[in-house]
Design a protein around this ligand. Sequence first.
Ligand SMILES: [Zn+2]
Length: 280
Amino acid sequence: MELLAGKIPGGAEAIKGISREEYEQMKVDGYNAQEGRPIRTVEGEITEWFSCYDCPVCKNKGAVAFLKDGWYAERECECGPIRKARIRAIHSGMECYLEKRLNNYEAREPWQKEARDLAKGFILDRGNSRRWIAMLGQSGAGKTHLCAAICNQFMAEGMEVAYFAWLTDGQRLMANRFDAGAYSAERERLRKAQVVYIDDLLKTRDGAQVTPTELKTARELFDLRAGKITLVSAEFLAEDLARIDESLAGRLLEHCGKYLYQIEKGAGRNYRLHMGRGQA
Ligand SMILES: [Zn+2]
């Protein structure tokens, strides 16, 4: 009681005049108004748990106070799963994408607005836990921004999102083919995650041709993710992929249905957007 006495008008004398429940409520309010202090590691660095998210609910304390049967009680804040998802994202190479949101995507042209609306529709289609979205075509057209924004929204809702960058994770997966333990661990990660974002599918270094092993790996990835929420971005268009591997292109279109977004750079440096026509 002494701790609180100094904080309220009238001090200890005023406290004597209030009911127990009012007093408990004051403790609750006092706790909830406090800002969390940075948690530091033994090296003195602020922990990822603290820095990865700024929680308006618990003010980064990780707990929220409330009245339980008239008594002060604390519960874990709902930012716990959000922080876990963000830490996983940071460790899987998605850190630079964490600030990408639909509301900071620049949508000046009509096709950009359509693309954003498609991404928004994909997020809101919550009853469909099998949905895929593919954003294909020109680099620099905001595909990665929109995919990252979808992932961030899912993470904010506490879903587990795995990030798979084709150029690095894909190469590692192919290199691990002959290391059964590492290979199956990575496959399990991709199979189990609620959401997987495959970034730059089949991208090659310096425009090299896609190899049969790469196509095989892409087919395996598609198998692992069939019927699970998946995002794919790639620089090719569906028709380019069909020329290399028609069945792979067919499966991509089938999985995505209406959530297909293809941008082609037309004459005059204008982008053209092709939307999917199928049923998701
Ligand atoms: Zn919180």
